[in-house]
Design a protein around this ligand. Structure first.
Ligand code: IPD
Ligand code: CA
Ligand code: CA
Ligand code: CA
Length: 267
């Protein structure tokens, strides 16, 4: 079975589109059924679960041997080096409130490296895609992130985890960042934040506590647009910390954030 990144990317896009269409059709009647997960602010709707089920079914119909990691269903083993990383709805709180910034995110990893990704934003009619080495795209438009923006003129996106202790630190960090930048955006979807770096809708992004399903696909969109995506002090991006921006701004943002010790929770 092929592991051609372009073909895998096409399948990711096709499945992300189908899941997005299903969510748009069912949201008016079904989005209200909610349970909470790690904390009262961490919600999951029946449609998060339904979307992940649809995506897993479609992947396994096409490629029954592959592995899958999804936010709602966890890790499913498989026989190949191909692993799909799925966020069935990134931006569940926006989805719940009828705000447009939620996405279906599907990445494909081969031997541990993300080679293709699709981020579908159905309420905006936008599909972001990337294939490693072949650029980042919004529909048919090639994306290149903004360059040469100094920190003081940077529009910076961020997000907040669901835990109370973590949010206390994140609030203190944002209070230090806000006076140093053009402005802050909290869009509510990590995947869209990263795609927004690629599409020049923000200049940079940082967040602690995101997971591979949040950043795998959109991280490739961002890096293929020319941005750097990494953690603090030379570490790779991980749930501990993510910073994304064009080279230059990345270092400025990093040097502002690192002394604030943002990759920890409150004592
Ligand atoms: C969340 C969103 C949000 C980010 C959180 C994520 P979910 O994902 O990406 O922007 O700040 O850290 O958990 O729960 O809506 O899939
Ligand atoms: Ca969630
Ligand atoms: Ca998510
Ligand atoms: Ca999710």
């Amino acid at each position: 079975m092929t592991a051609d990144p372009t073909e895998l990317g096409r399948l990711a896009e096709e499945i992300a589109r189908e899941a997005g269409d299903m969510l748009v059709a069912k949201r008016p009647t079904m989005s209200g059924a909610v349970a909470t997960k790690s904390s009262p602010t961490d919600v999951v709707t029946v449609l998060d679960t339904a979307s992940e089920r649809l995506i897993r079914d479609r992947i396994l119909e096409a490629r029954p041997e592959d592995r899958i990691l999804g936010e709602e269903g966890g890790e499913a083993p498989g026989e190949t080096d191909v692993r799909w990383i799925v966020d069935p709805i990134d931006g569940t709180v926006n989805f719940l409130y009828g705000l447009p910034d939620w996405a279906v995110s599907i990445a494909v990893e081969v031997e541990g490296t993300v080679v293709a990704g699709a981020v579908n934003v159905p309420a905006r009619g936008e599909m972001f895609t990337a294939v490693r080495g072949h650029g980042a795209w919004l529909g048919g438009e090639r994306l290149r992130c903004a360059t040469g923006v100094p920190l003081a003129q940077a529009l910076v996106a961020t997000g907040f985890g669901y835990g109370v202790a973590r949010r206390a630190v994140q609030g203190r960090v944002v209070a230090e960042v806000l006076p140093r930048v053009r402005d802050i955006r909290r869009g509510g979807s990590c995947a869209i934040d990263l795609c927004s770096v690629a599409a020049r809708r923000v200049d940079g992004y940082y967040e602690r506590g995101i997971n591979p399903w949040d950043y795998a696909a959109a991280g490739l969109v961002a890096t293929e647009s020319g941005a750097t995506l990494a953690g603090l002090r030379g570490r790779p991006v991980s749930p501990d910390f993510a910073i994304c921006a064009a080279p230059g701004l990345f270092e400025e943002l990093h040097d502002l954030l690192a002394p604030l010790d943002p990759d920890r929770d409150a004592d």
